[in-house]
Design a protein around this ligand. Structure first.
Ligand code: GUN
Ligand code: ZN
Length: 464
């Protein structure tokens, strides 16, 4: 297949600088520009869940496809030539053999940990105390928080991620910084103030009442503002007293349209600690359930070492677990049972978990999910990996149909993948027999160089 003319990557530093300039001239949310855009290339979308049935039944692939965008929205996906003939007024961008996909959706990450990503030698609790908490203590400074929020969103966009779901810190300033930075880029994001009133340093503790009050004020300010969604965010049960968990459970009951995000059963020493702290709890999940923090809009990060009752309850209420594979290997947490949990009926999202995760790239994250699958005797298909990184994650956020989708009616958040972005990938791509064989080397070996273009709400971001 020929190389992609005109899609050379511009280099990371230049990419971020150019973005700053481009963001300054972005129109208001949801794009005021009404010009029709037609993207031509190999279109890959989904009509169902490829984890639960035959993956092939869920795939919508066209090697000569087209995506028609009007304003901020995808209005048609189909044969490229037919769309071109029917919409002669559309501005055409021809991506050749590149894959046009929904933008990647990162369902769990920590933007305040960008500065400590890839910190050496610790497992979860030591890692939090040694690296994470000292860095998070800096986010009461609005200027520092804004700088890291800008940097994180630009890094994520450079890697093709168009939606992030982030923990912030205990500081309301850190939440404002993140939502403001996302609004400046017109990105759909989910975030919330991380609440902790015990087992954290003095300068990182709030209280049950202040966590409720601050979260409520932030939620009222940001939830549904532009493309922002608020998630009530107790960090994990070891750092919240029962009073704080109850206060946040009450807040969620008052605002059931919000998401709730936390961590669950990531490492064995953590689980033992939870059992010590909550002697009456049936299991880790019960420390949330008992305080009103289990529900369909709950996002439970990691969920590696679940007990049968926990799996049954998560499935029963329709809650989502978020797989964070680079984090699980980097921090040494364990091997997530993706197929077992999917068969049990759980919603599953995919996430970087930066900076416990070791990459901003959802391609690298898919590769790590594949590797963990192999260690459990399961070979995840490229279609399943791509679904997890787009539609699957969007479903866990209850934002499917809007984001993570290459279907008519969705917002045009789009990532275009160059399938021959490096010499190593290109020589493998040249031997490919079909789209999956062509795409898989990019999933396994690709990075930001594979991101040919990114569109946010119908606006093309990548500088030429
Ligand atoms: N559990 C509680 N906090 C964290 C965090 O920041 N990262 C990870 N990976 N696990 C956690
Ligand atoms: Zn996390």
């Amino acid at each position: 297949m020929p190389p992609l003319a005109g899609l050379q990557h511009s280099g990371s530093a230049q990419f971020y600088n150019a973005h700053s300039a481009i963001y300054a001239v972005l129109p208001p949310p949801y794009g005021a520009r009404m010009t029709k855009q037609l993207l031509l290339g190999q279109t890959l979308g989904f009509s169902g869940n490829p984890l639960t049935g035959d993956w092939a039944d869920a795939v919508q692939f066209d090697s000569a496809g087209g995506v028609l965008i009007d304003g901020a929205q995808i209005v048609a996906v189909g044969n490229g030539a037919a769309l071109k003939a029917a919409h002669a007024d559309a501005v055409v961008t021809d991506y050749g053999d590149a894959v046009i996909s929904a933008g990647f959706v990162d369902a769990h990450m920590h933007y305040p940990q960008t500065g400590i990503i890839a910190s050496w030698g610790k497992q979860l609790i030591d890692w939090l105390n040694t690296y994470t908490f000292p860095e998070e203590a800096r986010f009461g400074d609005p200027a520092y928080a804004a700088m890291v929020a800008d940097r994180t969103l630009d890094l994520s966009l450079a890697h093709g991620t168009t939606t992030l779901t982030s923990f912030c810190t205990i500081h309301p300033e850190s939440v404002d910084a993140f939502f403001n930075a996302a609004a400046a880029r017109n990105m759909a994001v989910v975030a919330g103030k991380t609440c902790m009133d015990r087992n954290a340093p003095d300068n990182l503790r709030d209280a049950a009442q202040s966590a409720y009050d601050d979260s409520k004020a932030l939620l009222e300010k940001w939830h549904g503002t532009g493309r922002a969604q608020y998630a009530i965010t107790p960090r994990f049960s070891p750092t919240s007293t029962p009073d704080q968990l109850a206060a946040l459970g009450a807040l969620w009951a008052e605002h059931p349209d919000c998401l709730m995000q936390t961590h669950l059963s990531e490492q064995h020493p953590e689980i033992t600690w939870v059992k010590d702290l909550f002697p009456d709890a049936r299991d880790y999940l019960d420390t949330y359930e008992a305080f009103g923090l289990l529900g369909a809009k709950g996002l439970y990060g990691h969920a590696i070492h679940l007990e049968p009752r926990e799996i049954d309850r998560l499935a029963e209420v329709g809650a989502a677990v978020i797989h964070c594979p680079t984090s699980n290997t980097f921090i040494g947490s364990g091997l997530f049972d993706l197929m077992g949990l999917a068969r049990a009926g759980l919603q599953i999202g995919l996430a970087t978990d930066t900076g416990g995760g070791s990459s901003f790239s959802m391609l690298r994250t898919m590769a790590a999910a594949y590797e963990i699958g192999q260690l459990r005797g399961v070979a995840l298909h490229p279609a399943q990996l791509m679904w997890l990184a787009t539609e699957g994650s969007a479903q866990t956020l209850h934002m499917n149909g809007q984001i993570g989708s290459l279907n008519a009616g969705a917002i045009a958040d789009i990532t275009v993948l160059d399938l021959a972005s490096t010499a190593a990938i290109s020589q493998r791509f040249d031997k490919a027999n079909d789209i999956w064989d062509a795409l898989f080397p990019t999933i396994m070996m690709g990075d930001d160089r594979a991101i040919a273009d990114v569109w946010i709400a119908g606006q093309r971001l990548t500088p030429r």
